[in-house]
Every structure is written in C-alpha cells, then in structure tokens.
Design a protein around this ligand. Structure first.
Ligand code: URA
Length: 289
C-alpha cells in the first residue's frame, strides 16, 4: 500500500511540476516520517487509503503548500463586497482551467461554487455529480433539491448562503463515459489534496460564521479528523485551514449529505437537529411562510 501511494505521490509531483500554472503548489511526498505534517494532510491520506495509512509505518502522504502571495490578500481585515466578488470570480476562473489532477481532463464543466459573498452560512459538499458537471453549478441534481429544501427549512434561501464542494470537478467511476448515469464516486486523496486550496480560499474570502460540512468527505477533510461522520456531527468544531488564516473565527458543523438522506430518510431527524444548532446561533426561526 505504501509503495503504491508513494508512486501516486511521484506521479502527482511530476504532473504538478510540469504544469504551466503560476499558482502551482509545491508538492512533496512524505514517507514514514510524517509527524510534523499538518493534521489535514494526514487525514487526506487516511481518507483515501483507509485506517492503515494512519500508521506512521505505512503512511505516504502528499503535502500541498501554496505560494505565500496567494493568501496575503485574503487576510486583509476589511474585504469589501466588491473585493470578495472579484476574488471569488478570479478563483472561479482559475478553477475552470485547472488541470492539477486527472479530473481536469474528464470534467464537462468545473463547478467552483456559488452564492452570497457575505453569507453567514456556507455549505460544503464532496464533489459535483452528473447534473452539476453538465450545468457547472453545485447541488442542482436530486441531492441538490433536497439541500435547497433544507436551506429553506432553516429560514434561508439559496441566494443567502454560499454553496461549494471539496472537489471542483466530477469524480467518475468510469471517466471514459461521462454521459453515463450512476457514474459518481467520492474524490480520492490526490484529488482532495489538489483541490484543497480552492475551498480554503473560498472560505477565507466569504468568511462565513458557520460552515456546514455535508457528509463524511467534507467533514473529515475540513475538520482534519479522520473520525467517522457519526463522531464528528452534532457539534461545532473550530475551523483551522492550512493555506490561509481566517480573518475571524469560523465554526464548522458536520451533518449528513443530502444524498445519504435520500437513501436513509430516517437520518433526516438527526440532520434537522444538526441544522437547528446553527439556526439557534443565528436566531433563525425556520421556514418563512
Ligand atoms: N453532491 C455533492 O457533494 N456536491 C454536489 O454539488 C452535488 C452532489
């Protein structure tokens, strides 16, 4: 396992160091001596390779670091609405041309995310599916329709929140046939690592009060904890990002992914209890009639 992950790291390093992109991250492959790595990076490896990879003996993980200059403007204490809009647009343009990982070659459209640049609440899913790949917009398929209902039930609208994903391009089980239905999969560690700075920068720009991580991939990646979603959900965690410093503290709450709720409607009660924690903090009374 460690050898194959190291091989993956080498391939990724080659890919990244040959790409003509001046925002290129510096990538280093780590072997057993990973003690000083940021927790998030270790979690990425654990998510992709299973519990064994958490052992220092077997883990080989990728560290993606980003040029300093990119994070500086995001740390300005006062970003105006116009600054935020421009920064998010520039980021979306970069994402739409991104080929850092193989998903860049198979996507129909990148899906950077959308919403209110001053949102108090930001929802983060795992990655675009079939419908999102076609439309270039997050959460527009069946799971998205349920997410829209969840947002409305909280007393908000889609226009009032910001919606994004950990991975910005459609992870497919069969990339040769993007037209196929049922071709979705979770992003792997390499894809999550390549995309990580995008969601971090989006969070830093919007700087919401609360991030709601939808499902285990988003929760583990953003909370930097490989515990199960069951252990992470239902409480607030302080959000710490690797590549940016947040202008003010942001709390993250994990809950079930809407696609999981479609499969397991009996989990909706717990998901609603999770959302009510954020509603209570923001003084939201629920659906507006
Ligand atoms: N699932 C996600 O995680 N994100 C989307 O945008 C759509 C479905």
């Amino acid at each position: 396992m460690a050898d194959s992950v190291r091989a993956l790291a080498r391939d990724l390093k080659r890919l990244l160091t040959t790409a003509a992109d001046d925002m290129l991250p510096a990538v280093s492959a780590y072997g057993p001596e990973t003690e000083s790595l940021p927790a998030a990076v270790k979690v990425v490896a654990a998510v992709a390779t299973g519990p064994k990879a958490e052992s220092p003996q077997t883990a080989a993980v990728l560290e993606v670091t980003f040029p300093r200059a990119q994070s500086i403007s995001l740390q300005e204490p006062t970003m105006t609405t116009a600054d935020k809009t421009a920064a998010l647009k520039a980021l979306a343009d970069t994402i739409s041309h991104c080929t850092r990982c193989p998903l860049g070659a198979t996507r129909l459209n990148a899906v950077p995310g959308e919403g209110n640049v001053n949102a108090a609440v930001m929802f983060v899913g795992e990655g675009p599916g079939f419908d999102e790949d076609r439309q270039g917009r997050p959460f527009v398929g069946r799971a998205g329709q349920l997410l829209t209902k969840m947002i409305l039930a909280m007393g908000l609208t889609r226009e009032e929140v910001f919606i994004a994903n950990i991975a910005k391009c459609h992870p497919m089980t069969d990339p040769l046939h993007p037209e196929k239905h049922g071709n979705d999969r979770a992003p792997n560690a390499q894809e999550i690592a390549c995309c990580r700075k995008y969601i971090e920068q989006q969070i830093a720009i919007v700087c919401p009060q609360y991030v709601i991580a939808l499902g285990g991939v988003a929760a583990k990646s953003l909370i930097s904890d490989a515990s199960s979603l069951g252990a992470l959900r239902g409480k607030f965690h302080p959000l710490h990002l690797d590549s940016v410093t947040l202008k003010k503290p942001v709390q993250i709450l994990a809950t079930y992914h809407p696609a999981a709720l479609l499969r397991n409607p009996n989990w909706k009660k717990d998901a609603w209890a999770d959302l009510q924690l954020v509603m209570d903090k923001l003084g939201l009374k629920g659906a507006r009639n």
